[in-house]
Design a protein around this ligand. Structure first.
Ligand code: MN
Length: 215
């Protein structure tokens, strides 16, 4: 892939942000550095509409979906996942507060992080992540701290808008009674709650300056 094409992969990410105003990483496409253990990350994002960003390392960037309700460990729960722009791999370690008024203004927490393996098959044949995402279905095995086991990500069409569903697969790690979104609210990177991350940057969870200035 040419250098130009590599840059273009993150053009949507770079175009939306003013890196003089946000502490999010600029990052780059890591083309050709194939990791046998690609990373996955789930970031809790208290933006104007609170959601969880589900990201999978594919071809040198993080393919990303916004999941309003977060991941479930119960195969009966189909979670809406709306595709968002590719993010740089560096973003997997980003935790902090984006100023209110900037793109994605609000606090970002690394809610879970680990690596994944691709188990996507089509008619019994193994498929790469790139092939699966193009066709609209991938199956991944997540090795996280809070989330573990097989998950399916499948494209659906609702009223013309592209959307995907993220669903726990039926395996020994499926559990209708666990609910890590409500019981494990701490960061796996720092142990901090969203409020602590925001306060330490002198902001509210939504990215506004704290009364009295803060630190
Ligand atoms: Mn987000």
């Amino acid at each position: 892939m040419s250098e130009k094409a590599e840059e273009d992969k993150l053009s949507g990410y770079h175009r939306r942000r003013d890196f003089d105003r946000t502490e999010e990483p600029h990052g780059r496409t890591h083309q050709g550095e194939v990791d046998p253990r690609p990373v996955f990350v789930i970031q809790h994002h208290a933006a104007s509409a609170e959601h969880y960003d589900f990201r999978l390392e594919v071809d040198g960037v993080l393919r990303s979906w916004a999941v309003p309700k977060g991941v479930s460990t119960d195969p009966r729960n189909k979670r809406l996942a709306v595709p968002t722009e590719d993010h740089p791999l560096e973003y997997a370690d980003f935790e902090g507060s984006i100023p209110s008024g900037e793109y994605g203004g609000g606090t970002v927490q690394v809610w879970d992080k680990g690596h994944y393996t691709n188990s996507t098959r089509e008619n019994g044949h193994k498929r790469t992540m790139t092939e699966g995402l193009h066709k609209g279905h991938v199956s991944v095995f997540l090795h996280g701290e809070k989330v573990f086991g097989g998950y399916a990500l499948t494209r659906i069409r609702t009223g013309g808008d592209k959307a995907w569903l993220l669903v726990k697969e039926k395996d020994e790690w499926a559990d209708a009674h666990r609910n890590p979104v409500s019981t494990r609210t701490e960061s796996v990177l720092s142990g901090r709650q969203l409020e602590q991350i925001a306060e330490q940057q002198g902001r509210t969870v939504q990215g506004r300056p704290l009364e009295g200035g803060g630190t």
